[in-house]
Design a protein around this ligand. Structure first.
Ligand code: XMP
Length: 325
């Protein structure tokens, strides 16, 4: 509609005015906000925009390939893929506490971001997909004493981690800062982002690492990736994906006894977590049809080696949280 058109036109003018011929860095996550931002900036300043995509190894099945294919090969954005998988998982070895896991991942993310932005830079501006609700609680933002522009001292996608060093404080480009989520989706759609991005469920920065309870190993990551893929695929096939806030799998670090063929098994359980929500602050567990649950359960125990039991989480938020860690 026309308000989206006008927004895009005005945002492009403002971006041109603000950054001139300077270089802009963007940390692309593949979420709706950073993807819409990348499209908007690319349309406005072309190759003055550099995107950085940090693969910490905790993404969903096929996600890094999907994103690189889409942004780089299909839409010709300049995206630097950074494979930091081994770095992150080795840092998590032997770590069981949820808060500690989150801290380690956040800190490591900042380190990789620093190193890579020095290598690819220098950059004058950092683009962030700040939305209106984030502006209201604008922690981690200072005003530049000379220009009065907002300056990033923290990275939004991983809150609660230490600030950026002094020599890496960027001026911010935040063209989405007056928008709510549903408006961002309209803008993204208008700019040509595929529905698969526009309508996707939220996904936490620390990724699958906080859906494997306790310590994270390659084996558990592979199991969870495959189980999670099945959950989402069946929910999509059932036509329920867009009515649901989030649907995913969680791996529990215990084993139970089962039987398969004429053999006893001793393997992990997978939890199906599926909720409806308006904003993630409160949530209700989704009453999935029994047939769908049966299909997901059968497929997971048959197709994912290392899993012999599937359970369904019937806890709302509060008292549960959406994620398990
Ligand atoms: P909880 O588990 O607190 O989650 O009920 C509420 C919403 O926030 C998402 N979430 C995160 N998103 N970084 C993010 O970007 C994080 O560390 C993080 N932790 C939780 C969660 O997926 C849900 O949508």
């Amino acid at each position: 509609n026309w308000t989206t058109e006008i927004f895009i036109e005005e945002a492009m003018n403002q971006i041109r005015y603000q950054v001139g011929d300077k270089r802009v860095l963007l940390a692309l996550s593949g979420g709706v906000d950073s993807s819409t931002l990348a499209f908007l900036l690319h349309r406005t300043i072309g190759n003055q925009l550099t995107c950085m995509f940090i693969d910490q190894g905790f993404m969903r099945k096929g996600e890094p390939e999907f994103l690189m294919d889409l942004f780089e090969r299909k839409f010709h954005l300049q995206v630097h893929y950074i494979n930091a998988r081994e770095r992150f998982i080795s840092k998590l070895s032997g770590i069981f506490d949820p808060e500690e896991k989150r801290k380690i991942i956040g800190t490591e993310f900042i380190r990789v971001f620093e190193e890579e932005s020095k290598r690819l830079g220098p950059f004058d501006y950092l683009a962030q997909g700040t939305l209106y609700p984030d502006v209201i609680e604008s922690a981690g933002i200072n005003l530049d004493s000379k220009s009065g522009e907002r300056v990033a001292v923290k990275i939004k996608s991983h809150h609660n981690v230490g600030g950026l060093p002094k020599d890496l404080q960027f001026k911010l480009v935040e063209p989405l800062r007056r928008l709510f989520k549903d408006e961002v989706r309209q803008v993204g759609r208008r700019l040509g982002l595929p529905e698969e991005i526009v309508c996707r469920h939220p996904f936490p920065g620390p990724g699958l690492a906080i859906r494997i309870l306790g310590d994270v190993t390659h084996e558990k990551l592979n199991i969870l990736r495959d189980a999670d893929f099945i959950v989402r695929e069946e929910i999509k096939k059932g036509g329920l994906y867009s009515n649901i806030w989030q649907a995913f799998a969680v791996l529990l670090p215990v084993r139970s006894v089962g039987v398969m063929g004429d053999k006893r098994t001793y393997a992990f359980p997978i939890v199906i977590r599926c909720v409806s929500s308006e904003d993630g602050m409160t949530a209700d567990w989704s009453r999935l049809p029994y047939d769908l649950l049966e299909c997901i359960s059968n497929r997971i125990v048959n197709e994912v080696k290392g899993v012999n039991r599937v359970v369904f989480d019937v806890t709302s938020k509060p008292p549960g949280t959406i994620e398990w860690e």
